[in-house]
Design a protein around this ligand. Structure first.
Ligand SMILES: Cc1cc2nc3c(=O)[nH]c(=O)nc-3n(C[C@H](O)[C@H](O)[C@H](O)COP(=O)(O)OP(=O)(O)OC[C@H]3O[C@@H](n4cnc5c(N)ncnc54)[C@H](O)[C@@H]3O)c2cc1C
Length: 370
């Protein structure tokens, strides 16, 4: 078998993961990134067991364990702090074989970038403006992918009418134990997860238009709206530097007709950007990367391998995206009646049913190739 060459566009989590995996499988990879450097915008990230398994399949489980914080509690709370429903991460980990973790996003990026290996050449500061041709092309250029826009122009990006705020707060400023939990108010949601020495990651979502102005003004409005929520919500907001507050309108992608176009594969958010309600977007990008690299290995015919990649990945990612949508509709309930119904429903679902759903979602395994 002669030298095999691949082009990967985008050095986000998906692009870095697939470029490294292809390199380790013997491909020579040119990785193009429009930013001047390979770096992460973001505070923290939750990796469910399937994301952790994908990282292990990439051969990076040991590195991940070096900076990942195991999630030890999980569930939904009311603004006064009572639990509406809880999952036991220990039990989930026992059933899945892998445990959900929280990580600083930059550390995950660094890990993937450091593992690219000698066969991957990184070209930063290069914006790809049309689909390139090659033996294997992977478009991992995010939700606004130019490659997908050229190959599947009818697939639209939808603004879901929600805004997300995210930040990382130094551990020292929070004088209370922070569980991983989501607290649900009137259309407002706040989640936090401890990241060990890296601090505490928090995120909040609200309907678009509710909060506006400069980052400092938006933080001020969040502090006002969530000021009487249980500890440590007000404390985390008070300890946040507005200059480091990330603010993103939430968008998602309609279904793509295929993730495989001849020798070009769509991967990660370029193929299936979803709402962050389940914390699965990056996990799915990692699953894509592991699957794609496994299928194009050992002299496989590339278009046939990509057809198989599409068959494995499109139903899985569509199901996860739909589940994220359903959860979003439930947890973002607005108005007294909708809220009451949501809280009653969440409190009525037995924890073991919630856990069974989480197990089903995270029970993914890399493809077995001959
Ligand atoms: C608020 C929020 C919270 C989230 N939380 C979680 C979570 O807890 N867990 C989880 O699993 N997921 C989470 N996600 C989803 C996750 O962030 C994404 O699914 C994931 O980052 C997608 O990675 P990607 O590599 O596919 O795309 P991206 O991260 O978008 O990377 C694309 C890369 O391509 C580059 N690029 C774009 N266009 C070009 C071009 N034309 N030429 C060259 N380079 C280009 C970009 O600069 C970028 O580096 C969250 C998302 C949001 C919005």
């Amino acid at each position: 078998m002669g030298k095999r060459n691949a082009i990967v566009i985008g050095a986000g989590i998906g692009g870095l993961a697939v470029a490294g995996a292809l390199g380790r499988h013997g491909w020579h990879v040119d990785l193009f990134e429009r930013r001047p450097e390979v770096s992460a915008v973001g505070a923290g990230l939750l990796l469910a067991a399937n994301g952790v398994r994908a990282v292990r399949a990439l051969g990076l489980g040991g590195q991940l364990a070096g900076f990942a914080s195991p999630v030890t509690t999980a569930g939904f709370r009311t603004p006064s702090g009572s639990w509406l429903g809880r999952m036991d991460p220990e039990r989930l980990a026992a059933r899945l074989g892998d445990r959900m973790v929280a990580v600083p996003r930059p550390a995950l990026h660094r890990m993937l970038a450091d593992a690219l290996g000698p066969r991957v050449t990184v070209h930063t500061g290069v914006t790809v403006d049309s689909p390139p041709e090659g033996e294997l092309v992977v478009a991992a250029d995010g939700i606004a992918s130019v490659v997908r826009a050229a190959l599947a122009p009818r697939v639209l990006i939808t603004d879901v009418g929600q805004v997300a705020w995210r930040a990382l707060v130094p551990a020292a400023v929070v004088d209370t134990e922070v569980p991983f939990a989501e607290t649900l108010g009137d259309g407002l949601r706040f989640g936090s997860a401890p990241l060990g020495r890296a601090g505490v990651y928090w995120y909040a979502t609200a309907p678009a238009g509710l909060i506006a102005g400069s980052p400092a003004e938006q933080l001020g409005q969040l502090r006002l709206l969530l000021g009487d929520w249980h500890r440590p919500v007000p404390q985390l907001l008070a300890a946040t530097d507005p200059a480091r507050l990330l603010i993103h309108p939430i968008a998602q992608l309609a279904s793509v007709p295929t993730m495989a176009h001849g020798r070009t594969a769509l991967l990660g958010d370029a193929a299936h950007a979803m709402t962050p309600n389940l914390g699965q977007g990056a996990c799915q990008a990692l699953e894509d990367a592991v699957t794609l690299a496994a299928l194009v290995t050992d002299g496989a015919d590339v278009p046939a391998a990509l057809t198989r990649y599409d068959a494995l990945r499109r139903p899985r990612t569509a199901a996860v995206r739909a589940q994220a949508d359903r959860l979003g509709s439930l947890v973002q309930a607005r108005g007294p009646l909708a809220r009451r119904l949501r809280d009653l429903l969440l409190a009525a679902i037995p924890d073991r049913i919630t856990e069974a759903g989480a197990v089903q979602l995270a029970d993914w395994r890399p493809p077995v190739t001959s």
